[in-house]
Design a protein around this ligand. Structure first.
Ligand SMILES: Nc1ncnc2c1ncn2[C@@H]1O[C@H](COP(=O)(O)OP(=O)(O)O)[C@@H](O)[C@H]1O
Ligand SMILES: [Mg+2]
Length: 300
């Protein structure tokens, strides 16, 4: 079984501009129709009768699905959305090739990639509500949600990209944002592992201090991470940090911001206490924590 991304890569080579045109027509009409009627696709594509053949191919390649049968109409699925987004990133000379997975999570997959200039990139695909293609075809009720899940993935990608665009220029340690299209964001690649799985750190106390400092800088820039943990901080062999995974960030004025911030900080402190036996904190760390979470946070 090829992995999903190998499959997408293979199919990518087999498609021409006309296939992409049809995928775009389905995408453009998918907020208007639950299932985009075949006649609508054919007439809006401007391709003429050959469009029907192309539709069959796209269905065979599993980029679109036909929940009401091939004669009625089609919807885009995640494979199709992947292809559209990748096509746009390739055409814009952002990505040249996709490599191995760097991290496969519940709501996103991150892949290693290469730019046409040979720079290494990280490409994150949001996959909210992902389920197997077969399951989609079986469950008529999955119809509405499939479209809204893809819309949610696009929104998450946009949110994360926005956070990176705010934070990176201000010197907060986040991946450099390079591009976004639909549900995909492209950033610079970072050689490192999650702090949660680091077995050796020469100076865990310093790592904690760096994270706290960057959380404070992000807060001052108007961004509260809201899903911070040792899993969302990468550390390089040189023990530099990078805070990742920002789609759920909120502004400090958000009614829940304080409580998210306290949860972020306490998750970090708990982790460093449990794994690295850091209980006593230097005064400058305590000051940052008090400034972010309030005077009583540390005593409660
Ligand atoms: N810029 C990057 N460079 C290298 N690896 C990355 C990069 N961004 C993410 N990763 C890897 O992919 C994993 C998942 O990324 P993340 O943004 O946390 O998504 P999620 O946790 O929502 O799946 C990370 O834990 C990390 O191992
Ligand atoms: Mg993560």
């Amino acid at each position: 079984m090829p992995s999903l991304i190998e499959y997408v890569r293979d199919v990518f080579r087999k498609l021409d501009e006309k296939h992409f045109k049809i995928l775009r027509v389905i995408e453009e009409n998918s907020s208007r129709y639950e299932v985009v009627p075949k006649e609508v696709i054919i007439s809006s594509s401007g391709i003429g009768p050959r469009a029907e053949k192309l539709l069959k191919k796209l269905h065979e390649y599993r980029l679109i699905w036909a929940p009401l049968g091939l004669e009625r109409g089609f919807c885009l699925n995640y494979n199709g959305l992947d292809l559209l987004a990748l096509k746009s990133l390739v055409d814009r000379n952002i990505i040249e090739s996709l490599g191995k997975p760097l991290g496969i999570g519940k709501e996103a997959d991150v892949y290693d990639a290469m730019s046409p200039k040979g720079e290494r990139l990280a490409v994150k695909f949001f996959r909210i509500g992902r389920t197997s293609f077969k399951k989609y075809e079986r469950h008529r009720t999955a119809l509405l949600s499939a479209h809204s899940y893809m819309a949610a993935s696009i929104k998450s990608a946009a949110q994360e990209y926005r956070a990176l665009k705010i934070l990176y220029p201000r010197g907060v340690k986040v991946p450099k944002p390079i591009a976004r299209n639909r549900h995909i964001i492209v950033t610079e690649f970072f050689q490192g592992i999650e702090v949660a799985s680091a077995q050796y750190l020469t100076d865990p106390l310093k790592i904690l201090g760096d994270i706290l400092e960057n959380v404070k800088m992000a807060y001052d820039a108007g961004v509260v991470h809201s899903d911070l943990s040792a899993y969302n901080v990468l550390v390089t062999p040189e023990e530099e940090i990078l805070i990742i995974d920002w789609p759920q960030w909120v502004k400090p004025s958000h009614p829940m911001a304080k409580s998210y911030l306290r949860r972020d900080i306490s998750s970090l402190l708990k982790f460093f206490k449990r794994k690295w036996k850091i209980g006593e904190l230097p005064e400058n760390y305590l000051n940052i924590i008090r400034a972010l979470c309030g005077e009583t946070f540390l005593t409660s």
